[in-house]
Design a protein around this ligand. Structure first.
Ligand code: BV8
Ligand code: ZN
Length: 253
């Protein structure tokens, strides 16, 4: 079966690799029950993030934007990291020498951190943080704010989710660190449609830098023609197989 030869090839590459980086998207959280952006039943079907995840939408109706984030926070609060998140924690432990492993995520759901990933770059921020429009203070949230939209206790200004909206620049340091992670032996691209930039550009950059680029996705994507290998299937199953981890060992790391 084709996948097994490709799988063996990726396993062999992992054996000889000194450095591994991984870029994840909403698809890695799908098996945790979090809707993706563009799949059927994805959050774009009911709400259009390109209209909601923007500074203009927030300026026009902060309450409505916060209600959308509150819905997602509810779903994320109940969600647990899945086999794919845990497989990446195992991978990080296997590549434990400094600068040998870097995880880059587009997701704001915090599930990589909950699973135990340490070397993590959150390109698009984190749904459990707020930022004050006035005094810029960043605070952590453990639940949906009681009042929507929430206001800053220090200066009384509006609080926004500490995430990157469409049309907003990513944190420059996050970009520097993510680009440094493209200098690697293997670049895994897991559960992303490769539609959102500059995140998608990292796969291209890794490829140009000579990395062996492996896509893990349930379907072909905008990145499929540039990757070296596309492993089609669910991220949890594929990563378990690549890593050769038995199901019972997955959640203990
Ligand atoms: C910027 C946080 C400039 C908020 C998000 C035209 C061409 C190129 C670029 C642009 C363009 N027009 C506009 C742009 C720029 C724009 C962009 O890329 N737009 C796209 C839509 C065309 N980018 C920006 O605006 C970025 N900023 O460019 O700034 C700038 C510079 C200087 C000064 C000022 C400005 C900011 C982009 C960040 C937007 N914020 N999220 C929030 O979440 O609420 S993006 C959002 O999409 C999420 O982060 C999400 O992760 C991300 C990408 O989506 P995916 O993760 O890939 O999810 P998707 O549903 O698409 O795909 C899921 C995949 O999983 C699928 O392939 C599916 O097959 C697979 N899958 C499903 N189940 C499984 C699975 N795979 C494996 N296993 C499974 N079980
Ligand atoms: Zn404030």
């Amino acid at each position: 079966m084709k996948i097994s030869t490709d799988l063996k090839l990726v396993q062999a590459r992992l054996q000889s690799a000194k450095r591994v980086s991984a870029l994840t998207g909403a698809g890695i959280s799908a098996e945790s029950g979090i809707p993706t952006f563009r799949d059927k039943g994805g959050i774009w079907e009911k709400f259009d993030p390109s209209k909601l995840a923007t500074p203009e939408a927030f300026a026009k109706d902060p309450k409505h934007v916060w209600e959308w984030y509150a819905l997602r926070m509810q779903a994320i609060r109940e969600a647990k990291p899945n086999a794919a998140h845990h497989a990446l924690v195992h991978l990080e432990k296997r590549f434990s020498t400094p600068n040998s492993f870097q995880l880059i995520t587009q997701n704001i759901d915090n599930l990589h951190r909950t699973a135990g990933s340490q070397n993590l770059i959150e390109l698009h921020g984190n749904i459990w943080r707020t930022r004050c429009l006035g005094c810029k203070v960043i605070r952590s949230l453990s639940a949906v704010p009681d009042v929507l939209p929430p206001y800053c206790l220090d200066c009384g200004n509006l609080l926004r989710p500490d995430v990157v909206w469409f049309g907003e620049a990513l944190d420059p340091q996050a970009i520097v660190d993510a680009e440094a992670a493209c200098e690697t032996d293997i670049f895994l691209v897991i559960g992303t449609s490769g539609e959102v930039w500059p995140a998608a550009g990292l796969a291209h950059q890794a490829k140009r830098a000579g990395a062996f680029v492996v896509e893990v996705n349930t379907q072909r994507t905008a990145l499929s023609e540039i990757v070296d290998i596309s492993l089609l299937g669910k991220a949890g199953e594929i990563l378990e197989k690549i890593m050769g981890i038995k199901e019972e060992d997955l959640f203990s790391h």
